[in-house]
Design a protein around this ligand. Structure first.
Ligand code: GUN
Ligand code: ZN
Length: 434
């Protein structure tokens, strides 16, 4: 006996990037819509009058008229152990790492503590409408065991990895090239491909890995199918200067990773703000993805990402909260920051583009668009229910909107996690706001 539920509400999802297709081809919007989910997968998404015509026997009806259903948000770059350094003010990247981040990451070799924070992080992610993330652990494999255990218990599609870091950090956070190989291999065997989980080889960034360790990262990628590569790239001018001193034989920052075979369609480079033309081209040609983290880039004063250039180079790009460089887990806030960055660059993005980045754009950046990020038939039914009247201010403002585009603009600019009324994972409600 199959489990069928139909959700009646306004429904929006993307089939294409709104900037490379006409709006009609890029998205489907059904003001009186319905989403039919059978055994955790999308069976049909369309106008309610069409979907309701032919429901499976015994299908449960959830009437959410007045709400907006969109695919769950996808956070393409976040550090779960950094929740406790949120809002660490006063410094830029390299000082921020030393002052706030490294001391906080120390505690994650304690399994009980890691379990507690991993569970809290995932529950907070769900309450902010995020259903899939690409996640940094710490250097301790314990941090990743805790994370995957918590993600598996919640049936979430999550990607994570242990930080590889064998120099230029406090002793208590260092591994070695050999130990990182052994630890990663064990984690890959335990978790990669289990349920909805996947492993990401995660060298922190070029300055904290020796050439030997970057070689190990490349070897791991070759030895296992379907692994991700997740790291930071060209975030801050002082960091970039440091990389050129540490790797004098490399042509540029991206080239350091390229030399060790770390580019490719499952490689995700967070930030990628300050790139030369050659790096942009190489990134595009290699099929690598970018996690655009506008909230973090503004908070740490790192710079203004060139989304237009990424698009022109054909680089799959998603949004990342980059907590704790970012100030919150809310991808509505990241959309607002992305909009602000695009304004400052005089390449203003539309609210549709912002919602695309947080959903299908993220799924494409993570090579998961055949499973999540849209309501294509057969996709996994991870979605969120948005309440456009969640606060008095929102109600006052959304009542006056006339178009979908205007409504999405209000949600991303005025909205926050209170807009997320419920979050559904594989057709099962995983979060509901009281
Ligand atoms: N570069 C190296 N490590 C980090 C980190 O933890 N956060 C950010 N934003 N950038 C980094
Ligand atoms: Zn980061």
């Amino acid at each position: 006996m199959s489990n069928a539920v139909v959700w009646k509400a306004s429904v929006l999802h993307f089939l294409e990037d709104p900037d490379s297709a006409s709006v009609n081809d890029a998205c489907e919007y059904f003001e009186d819509g319905a989403l039919l989910v059978v055994d955790g997968h999308v069976l049909m998404c369309g106008a309610a009058k069409d979907v309701m015509k032919d429901l499976p026997p015994g299908c449960e009806v959830q009437d959410l008229t007045g709400r907006l259903i969109v695919p769950g948000f996808i956070d393409t770059h976040v550090h779960y152990p950094q929740l406790e350094v949120l809002a660490g003010c006063g410094v830029q990247l390299l000082d921020w790492l030393n002052q706030y981040t490294f001391p906080a990451e120390r505690r994650f070799s304690d399994r009980d503590y890691a379990d507690e924070v991993a569970g809290f992080f995932l529950d907070q992610s769900l309450s902010h409408g995020t259903t899939t993330s690409l996640v940094f652990g710490t250097v301790s494999p314990t941090s990743v065991d805790a994370f995957f255990t918590a993600a598996q218990a919640r049936n979430l599609r999550m990607i994570a990895g242990k930080v590889m870091m064998d120099r230029n950090a406090p002793d208590y956070l260092l591994d070695t090239a050999e130990s990182s190989y052994d630890d990663c291999k064990a984690l890959i065997h335990r978790w990669h491909g289990k349920d909805r989980l996947a492993y990401a080889v995660t060298p922190r960034f070029a300055p904290t890995s020796t050439p030997q360790q970057l070689e190990v990262a490349g070897r791991l990628l070759q030895e296992h199918e379907g692994l991700y590569l997740h790291t930071h790239l060209s975030e801050n001018p002082k960091e970039i200067e440091w990389v050129s001193e540490l790797f004098p034989d490399s042509k540029n920052y991206l080239d350091v990773y390229d030399q060790y075979g770390l580019l490719g369609p499952r490689s995700v480079f967070a930030h990628s703000i300050h790139l030369c033309d050659h790096s942009w081209e190489r990134m595009g040609a290699s099929g690598s993805s970018i996690a655009f983290c506008p909230g973090s880039n503004l908070f740490l004063g790192s710079g203004l990402f060139n989304l237009g250039k990424a698009r022109r180079c054909g680089i799959p790009t998603g949004l990342g909260s980059d907590v704790g460089g970012g100030t919150d887990l809310c991808l509505l806030n990241s959309m607002k920051s992305a909009y602000q960055v695009s304004q400052l660059r005089e390449e203003t993005i539309s609210p549709l583009q912002a919602f695309y980045l947080a959903t299908l754009g993220g799924a494409r950046a993570l090579h998961l668009s055949d499973r999540i990020g849209s309501f294509r038939r057969g996709n996994e039914a991870d979605f969120i229910v948005l309440n456009p009247e969640a606060t008095p201010m929102l109600r006052f403002r959304t009542e006056k909107t006339k178009t979908l585009e205007e409504l999405l603009g209000v949600l991303m600019v005025i909205g926050d996690d209170r807009v997320i009324e419920s979050t559904v994972i594989m057709g099962q409600e995983a979060f509901r706001r009281d």
